[in-house]
Design a protein around this ligand. Structure first.
Ligand SMILES: NC(=O)c1ccc[n+]([C@@H]2O[C@H](COP(=O)([O-])OP(=O)(O)OC[C@H]3O[C@@H](n4cnc5c(N)ncnc54)[C@H](OP(=O)(O)O)[C@@H]3O)[C@@H](O)[C@H]2O)c1
Length: 325
């Protein structure tokens, strides 16, 4: 597996997102045992970048990742996120990046992950009520204490990134980026390159849609988060299937799978891009990790660049409203 640098942090260029091991997608599918086997298989295949968050579960995903990493902690760059649980008031799904909350969250993450340091600690969503300078100041203090090695932002806009980076170097921005979500290309990617910040695309498989495995809304359980996502609902679902068919055509030509094409296209966007596809199954982590060896021709990249655009916002109204722009 090839490695790249995000900021100054060395990671395998394909990582593993652990979120779907603790809910969100087809809840009830899979098991903790298979999830742990998936993390172990990823490490055996050379994946060194594992991504979790305090809010996943909440809390149980970090516990699961912590269990899986017992005895293997030093083999990975462990990334987690804070800021979507308010420990002072409100609890889960309340945005809070006040310095006191940052410290409480990080202490909790360290405990659940069974480690004395977080390699990459992200603010999950920008907190409109706390100046980013205060949040990053609190993180910088945790770096001094050795509890955090590098800091990151998620779904932060350009102005916030500049302000944060002026207080303490930001190693990575984690934001949605994939064949059907190209928004970061216009403004964010050039800024990150100017500042030497790495980019970690989340949902690189379009929440699973780009793999071609989801052909009907009935493939999703009723409590699946995607049932409320505009791209997976109503007419949009059927219209977006056209994109999958175009990806499949390239996959057939290359002799790979649509998931591998989606990842190979992201890798072709630059040596500062480290996607974190999510899965809770061994067979899929094997498939996704093998995208490291998939080469796309200039013509194939061009065809993928020109895919039919997605129909529907990438998040519902409530989730779009808390994205910093
Ligand atoms: N910063 C943020 O705000 C944010 C938001 C969302 C996600 N994330 C991070 O990004 C990671 C990845 O994003 P994501 O999980 O939302 O989306 P994703 O990686 O685009 O897709 C994951 C979905 O695709 C399925 N899948 C994975 N590989 C597959 C394959 N080869 N064939 C068919 N289906 C496959 C998974 O199912 P199974 O699990 O059943 O295999 C899961 O339902 C998350 O785990 C999380 O760490 C961050």
């Amino acid at each position: 597996m090839k490695h790249i640098s995000i900021g100054e942090l060395d990671v395998s260029r394909i990582g593993l997102g652990a979120m779907s091991m603790s809910g969100y997608y087809n809840i009830g599918d899979g098991s903790d045992e298979e999830s742990i086997r998936t993390i172990h298989r990823a490490i055996d295949l050379g994946v060194t970048h594992i991504d979790t968050a305090e809010i996943y579960g909440p809390f149980t995903n970090e516990e699961l990742v912590g269990r899986a990493l017992k005895g293997r902690r030093d083999q990975v760059v462990l990334a987690t996120k804070f800021g979507l649980v308010s420990h002072a008031s409100g609890g889960p799904r309340v945005i809070d990046s006040h310095p006191t909350n940052v410290r409480t969250a990080v202490e909790g993450s360290l405990r659940r992950l069974g480690t004395d340091h977080i390699d990459l600690c992200y603010q999950h969503r920008v907190d409109p009520n706390t100046p980013i300078e205060d949040t990053v100041g609190a993180l910088a203090q945790l770096v001094v204490e050795g509890k955090v090695r590098y800091i990151g932002l998620s779904e932060a806009g350009s102005a916030t990134i500049r302000r944060a980076h002026a207080v303490h170097p930001v190693a990575a921005l984690q934001t949605e980026y994939s064949l059907w979500t190209r928004d970061p290309e216009a403004e964010l990617l050039p800024l990150l390159r100017e500042l030497g910040i790495g980019f970690v695309p989340y949902s690189p498989l379009g929440h699973g849609f780009l793999t071609g495995e989801i052909r009907s809304p009935d493939d999703l359980s009723d409590d699946d988060w995607r049932k409320t996502n505009p791209r997976f609902t109503g007419d949009n679902f059927q219209r977006n299937l056209r994109i999958v068919d175009e990806v499949k055509a390239v996959a057939t030509e290359v002799g790979s799978t649509p998931a591998q094409i989606a990842l190979a296209w992201l890798l072709a966007q630059g040596d500062d891009i480290a996607p974190i596809p999510g899965t809770k199954r061994v067979a899929r982590v094997e498939e996704n990790t093998a995208a490291d060896g998939v080469e796309l021709s200039v013509g194939q990249i061009e065809r993928l660049n020109n895919l039919t655009p997605a129909v529907g916002e990438r998040h519902d109204e409530g989730n779009m409203a808390v994205i910093d722009r």
